[in-house]
Design a protein around this ligand. Sequence first.
Ligand SMILES: [Zn+2]
Length: 396
Amino acid sequence: MTRQELMGVTELTRPQVDQRLGQLRELNLLEESNVSASTGGRRPRAVGIKPRTGYVLAVAMGVTGVTVGAVDLSGSIIDRRSAPIDVSSGPHDALGVCVELCQQLSGDIDGEPWAAGIAVPGPVDIGRGIVVSPPILPGWDQFPIRDWIAEKLHMAVWLDNDANAMALGEHRYGAGRGHGNMVYVKLGSGIGSGIIMGGVLQRGDGGGAGDVGHLPVPGASAPCPCGNVGCLEAVAGGLALGRVAAALAEDGRSPLLRTLAEDGAEPDASVLTRVAERGDPVALETLRLAGEQIGGVLASVVSLLNPSQLVLGGGLSHSGDILVSSIRKSLYARALPLASRDLLVRQAALGEAGGVLGAAELMVERLFSQGVLEQWIENGTPQNRPDLTRITAARA
Ligand SMILES: [Zn+2]
């Protein structure tokens, strides 16, 4: 921004803005450049934080794998690593892999990381840095994920939900750019969403906002690990579709699935999609129904929030047109006209990188929020400050 723009946004006077910029310059955090569009006269200079002054580690954890990225302050991925994990064996092994990848990455990059942001597929209590009754992370309930990692890495750590991170990533850098009101829906092993209203991620009071996977599907009775029955995730999530695929292979209702299973293919949601694309009527009907169920629930979301854009991401969203076109059809049929009139439904643009970029963005925003910034700005860096974790949490 130019100094003029900074004065407008912060409502500080010119001398105050100059004083603060002077402080940033002394700490070697400030970068100045000429603004290209000149309005005549002296060309205004734009100021910003130097992108490579620091970087954060962003951990995007899924059910079967984790990706860790080193991301600079402008949201560029410097380097990243992935590894398989098995969340069903509890938190210690999986988080140990995350820590190892973080250490490898920071060992290969000049300078120490500033902090780490972790995104996990479960309901996150932001204040305490734990997951609460996570349906697809058995054995992780109440485990102090954030503090455990902060202690191992000796830096500030921030924990959030994966769909929230992906929503923020898509909003800042991907399909949602320019849309103040968007909902990101992750269609993966589970189903979740991240809500952005007025350009700001909405977590609700305790971090539970957006958990669309556990909204009820009318008439459905499948039991859900959350304790309810008929949840969207329990009937149309990737794990649920995998179970359907296994049953179709087992009892031979889908001869094609049975043949593939006999050839050694694990009948999961992606195999189900492949079979449907080859015209298997039972697989087609399964995906069409799942799309209808997802679209029905998303119609309620759209009617309630009236976003301008719905971004579909996660493994299932890339599984071909059958599911997505069924989602669109039932969504537009069910949502209220005023709420869906100008609604755009788009595929996520960033894929796996979205979670990494979003987790980094969450961390950078936190580090530069007022209460946290004043704790480290005098030192010029928030490195080696696990104590900042608690402040970042309190200010959530
Ligand atoms: Zn549920």
